[in-house]
Design a protein around this ligand. Structure first.
Ligand code: SAM
Length: 292
């Protein structure tokens, strides 16, 4: 099923029309499939959640090495194909649904009995960030997330402060997870070929988040404010952002930045996630519980 001609035959036999709107670029390269599975460091007793199994190439590669793989696919038209390609794998389960809307907690309880799991996927590119944030922000017991994403997104996730790629996504992801590069992937390994190249990256959950829930909400307000006006100083960006403005005026924000040891004239794009977290923590300490 892995050569382009075999995949084409399979799709034709089922009368399947590819939907670009669902980011359907199927992997047709065994080396890359192996690279993803190796990068995910799957052990035989691991539970794996896959997003978007497509025609089941990655699902099969995962099912061969893990205890159980549960894959959520939005496109019902792929189900007859998956029935065929996964018929020999009784540890692979396909669930119909939208990964952004489905009750993941329920699936985890039902299939993994609340045990930890790994996320592995060749992500649909049009919703990469929302999918990653869904897992990262959740209380689900995921261990790590190994995913293929567009290079441009991988570059943003791995960017360093002060560079053009550095932004909200970088800070948000680095707050929750340690990020590792696994592989660069050319367009030629997909069918159909995307216009851009991709990368496999791995996000390993940080054991303890630095902030409690209420400070975490402030953290996200602060980074949204800082990156909404990248060119402004941090003091101006924060004090003119509606939800922060409600907390205090410019004098107050200057005081908070002082306590966080951060020069108010710096631009938000030069701060790392720990500095943003420090601002959120100090803001939180200055608020009464009723203000949040
Ligand atoms: N895993 C397959 C592979 O590597 O060949 C397919 C990957 S393809 C890039 C993305 C898959 O995600 C497609 O099968 C697509 O139908 C599915 N998909 C798109 N949006 C989805 C959503 N919101 N929830 C679940 N699956 C989705």
């Amino acid at each position: 099923m892995i050569s382009p001609s075999q995949v084409k035959k399979l799709l034709d036999r089922h009368g399947f029309q590819l939907k670009r709107s669902l980011g359907q670029n199927f992997l047709i390269d065994a080396n890359i499939l192996n690279r993803i599975v190796e990068g995910a460091e799957i052990k035989e007793d691991d539970n794996v959640l896959e997003v978007g199994p497509g025609i089941g190439s990655l699902t099969r590669a995962l099912a061969r090495v893990c205890a159980k793989v549960v894959a959520v696919e939005i496109d019902r038209a792929l189900f007859p194909i998956l029935d065929e390609t996964l018929k020999d794998y009784d540890n692979a389960y396909i669930i119909h649904g939208d990964i952004l809307k489905i009750d993941l907690g329920k699936i985890m309880t039902e299939y993994f009995e609340g045990e930890p799991f790994k996320v592995v996927a060749n992500l649909p590119y049009y919703i990469t960030s929302p999918i990653l944030m869904t897992f990262l922000e959740s209380d689900l017991p995921y261990e790590d997330i190994t995913v293929m994403v567009q290079s441009e997104v991988a570059d943003r996730i791995m960017a360093t402060p002060g560079t053009k790629d550095y932004g909200l996504l970088t800070v948000a992801i680095n707050y929750y997870a340690e990020v590792f590069f696994i592989a660069k992937v050319p367009p030629s390994v997909f069918m159909p070929r995307p216009k851009v190249s991709s990368q496999v990256i791995k996000l390993v959950r940080k054991a303890d988040h630095m902030l409690d829930k209420s400070a975490e909400e402030l953290f996200f307000q602060v980074i949204k404010a800082a990156f909404s006006k990248r060119r402004k100083t941090l003091l101006n960006a924060l004090s003119s952002y509606p939800s922060i403005k409600k907390i205090g005026d410019k004098v107050y924000i200057r005081e908070i930045l002082g306590k966080a040891n951060i020069d108010p004239a710096r631009r938000g794009e030069t701060l790392d996630y720990e500095e943003f977290a420090c601002i959120a923590q100090i803001l939180r300490q200055h608020l009464s519980p009723y203000d949040i």
